[in-house]
Design a protein around this ligand. Structure first.
Ligand SMILES: Nc1ncnc2c1ncn2[C@@H]1O[C@H](COP(=O)(O)OP(=O)(O)OP(=O)(O)O)[C@@H](O)[C@H]1O
Ligand code: SF4
Ligand SMILES: [Mg+2]
Length: 377
């Protein structure tokens, strides 16, 4: 069977657009990145003629905004499409549909010249600190490459700038002549950060920059990113697979499941008043810094469904302890629900009935909770 992509680039679904609406525009409206109904589908080809057999719907209608100088945490399990969102925003992967505006510029319709200038303003720190650094290049070349490509600095001036960047990221300028394999994981991630800063960007997409690191090193890197944000007024899209990492780092949080955002709000609101059962399950794994209190951990059963053929209705329904008949048939859209702040949107048919303790006992639980659930009805 030959499948075809129903959404050529530039065409958006008006109904989805209306239901998702602006998600996290700041009170002053100072939004630097505006993503609307973004879809990224990968073709699966088969046979001698490489016919398209199916599509992997890695990102399937995602809308959010990022406020200037702030951090939006993008959280979800492995395979839910976080990296694909980040790479599509930078045009490293072609989008299937949707629009992305960066500081007012329509990224997907930019000509080569303006796109090149814009690339200087948006950088990425990759998920894998080992694989993202060319082992044949010295640290000086890795960090200074962009300065050469964009014809910003050469020779001694370039070396001076690279030295400054390395110092700023907690590595000595003397590291310049060494190779990536001579560094630890945390140091390599610092090199990746120095490279991202080389062009003095406005925004950095941090794709799980600490997930491959030990906990103690994680906090050093998070502190470094936080200090740099304060010094340079950087905006971050911070991708992580658990809510613990983004808790103290993000101003806003978006939770993704199988290519869609299922809940989005300010960080304070999402930790205080999580509405989506999936967010509650993720949150239940976050340790409480109080020895007299514990949360019962919700362990989700079943596998994450395939993004090639996602379940009908709410894609979370095969794993959701609160699923009802309508969840199996109707797709829930992101909407504001009773008792939530205006910027808090949840895609769940039962969000109005769900409180912060519906799935998770925050007061005194001591173990895992796999089957026991209080049904809100
Ligand atoms: N180039 C590609 N071709 C086909 N499918 C792809 C491609 N890149 C990613 N995918 C699929 O898209 C989905 C989303 O992948 P993505 O890497 O964005 O997930 P992720 O949320 O970043 O996961 P992780 O936390 O493991 O990094 C996955 O099912 C993945 O297999
Ligand atoms: S819509 Fe239904 S299945 Fe989906 S999260 Fe809400 S209750 Fe669960
Ligand atoms: Mg990823």
């Amino acid at each position: 069977m030959t499948a075809f992509c129903p959404y050529p680039i530039g065409m958006t679904s008006a109904t989805m657009q209306a239901s998702t609406g602006p998600a996290t525009t700041g009170p002053d409206g100072d939004t630097i990145l505006e993503v609307r109904d973004l879809k990224t589908y990968f073709p699966i080809r088969r046979g001698v003629l490489s016919h398209i057999h199916a599509w992997v719907k890695a990102v399937d209608g995602v809308s959010f905004s990022v406020r200037r100088g702030k951090t939006l945490g993008l959280v979800g399990e492995s395979g839910c499409g976080k990296t694909t969102v980040g790479r599509t925003l930078l045009r490293l992967i072609p989008a299937t549909a949707g629009t992305v505006h960066f500081d007012g510029a329509d990224i997907f319709n930019l000509a080569r010249g303006p796109l090149r200038s814009l690339r200087r303003r948006m950088q990425i720190i990759f998920q894998d600190p080992v694989g993202s650094l060319n082992p044949r290049m010295t640290v000086g070349h890795i960090v200074g490459e962009a300065l050469t490509v964009h014809r910003i600095a050469r020779g001694a001036e370039r070396n001076r700038r690279v030295g400054d960047l390395l110092e700023r990221c907690g590595l000595g300028a003397s590291c310049m002549n060494r190779y990536p394999h001579e560094f630890s994981g945390g140091q390599r991630q610092r090199i990746g950060i120095a490279r991202a800063l080389a062009l003095n960007p406005d925004m950095i997409i941090c794709d799980e920059p600490v997930s491959a690191l030990d906990v103690s090193i994680q906090s050093q890197i998070l502190n470094l990113l936080s200090d740099l944000q304060e010094e340079m007024g950087l905006t971050y899209l911070f991708i992580a697979h658990n809510l613990a990492v983004v808790e103290h780092f993000s101003n806003d949080v978006a939770v993704m499941y199988l290519g869609k955002i299922v809940e989005i709000a300010s960080a304070e609101e999402i930790y205080r008043n999580p509405k989506h059962p999936y967010t509650q399950a993720l949150l239940s794994a976050v340790p409480v810094p109080d020895p007299t209190r514990q949360r019962t951990q919700v362990v989700l059963g079943g596998e994450v469904p395939s993004p090639i053929d996602p379940p009908p209705g709410c894609a979370f329904h095969p794993r959701c302890p609160l699923a009802i008949e309508c969840c199996r048939q109707e797709l829930p859209f992101l909407t504001q629900h009773a008792g939530c702040t205006p910027d808090h949107r949840t895609a769940c048919h039962r969000a109005d009935e769900i409180g912060p303790t519906t799935l998770v006992d925050h007061s005194c639980g001591t173990g895992e909770q796999t089957g026991k659930r209080e049904d809100p009805t």
